[in-house]
Design a binder for this molecule. Structure first.
Ligand SMILES: NC(=O)c1ccc[n+]([C@@H]2O[C@H](COP(=O)([O-])OP(=O)(O)OC[C@H]3O[C@@H](n4cnc5c(N)ncnc54)[C@H](OP(=O)(O)O)[C@@H]3O)[C@@H](O)[C@H]2O)c1
Length: 280
């Protein structure tokens, strides 16, 4: 039995792929109403909360491998790691990012804390350190619909964005067959790093009108996110990450997705076409 905790973008797609392969899969969610499609696909939906260790222990019974992907609050993910260690789980696949204890970005320091706790637990594991998710661009859809443009503090920096469906496919593949992946760190990206001018060009072709990219300062970008409803703390971290992209922080792409999946990583063009309705 594979446990997927939780059912966000990566988690729900990993569950879908595992059910397609007829793997026994359980998914931990706070609200089962949101997981109806996963239950219909054949997953065993269990209600739990990463804040509540007892609920994680209940979900962990009989589990051989865990896909750990959540908002990555250290105490919460370390609850899952501790529960897996107690249950003698054979493997954890942990979704992570460019984790570092010295990062100026708090969530990367948090990821580093979780990765260290995972290493200390002794549970065999694999880290999926992904570049930025293509699905983040969906947050710009309302601005694009309204203004035919979007802004960012990323300047002319390039990002090796990866589609969350590919992150999920890698997580599902490793959870289903962990042999050879223990102790490995994979750096997941799309086929190439692209700039926001290229993102705008792809969206312009897709939508049949000109979509303009505007370079913003850190403060302008943070304020725009807050106005769009992003909590201040998250807007701050996002604006930090975008400013670092301007300096080349995300300008990396690897072959890890095609190597692990035996097919090309999805391109941004493919992502945009698949989500055309969201941008229209
Ligand atoms: N975004 C990026 O560009 C990027 C890049 C690299 C790595 N990552 C990493 O990817 C991970 C996030 O993956 P994602 O984007 O697929 O996640 P996501 O879509 O944001 O989903 C998070 C899920 O966690 C659930 N959740 C939140 N708090 C919970 C709790 N206390 N107990 C149980 N469930 C809870 C949410 O459920 P509810 O519906 O109940 O709220 C939601 O389903 C993080 O580790 C992040 O650092 C992200």
């Amino acid at each position: 039995m594979i446990l997927v905790a939780t059912a966000g973008k990566v988690g729900s797609e990993a569950v879908r792929l595992l059910t397609q392969q007829r793997m026994p899969v359980r998914v931990l969610v706070r609200d089962p109403a949101k997981a109806k499609a996963l239950a219909d696909a054949g997953a065993h939906v269990v209600v739990g909360d990463l804040e509540v260790p007892g609920s994680i222990d209940a979900a962990m019974a009989g589990v051989t491998a865990v896909v750990l992907v959540s908002p990555a609050v250290p105490a919460q993910e370390l609850n899952v790691v501790a529960s897996a260690a107690r249950a003698g789980v054979g493997h954890i696949v942990k979704a992570s990012s460019k984790a570092s204890p010295d990062s100026p970005i708090a969530r990367r320091r948090g990821q580093s804390e979780i990765e260290a706790g995972l290493a200390a637990s002794g549970v065999p594991h694999t880290l999926l350190r992904s570049n930025a998710y293509m699905q983040n661009v969906l947050a710009l859809a309302p601005a694009i619909a309204k203004t035919s443009g979007f802004g960012s503090a990323a300047g002319k920096g390039r990002t090796g964005m990866v589609d969350t469906r590919d992150v999920a496919a890698v997580a599902a593949t490793i959870a289903a067959t962990p042999a050879g992946h223990a102790g490995k760190t994979y750096w997941l990206t799309g086929p190439q790093a692209i700039s926001n001018d290229e993102v705008a060009a792809v969206l312009s072709r897709l939508l049949g009108r000109t979509i303009t990219y505007r370079e913003l300062s850190f403060e302008e970008n943070k304020d725009a996110m807050i106005r769009a409803g992003v909590p201040e703390q998250i807007a701050h971290m996002n604006a930090q990450a975008f400013s670092m992209i301007a300096e080349g922080d995300a300008d990396w792409a690897t072959q890890d997705v095609p190597t692990l999946l035996g097919r090309p990583a999805r391109s941004f063009e493919q992502f945009a076409a698949d989500y055309a309705a969201s941008f229209a």
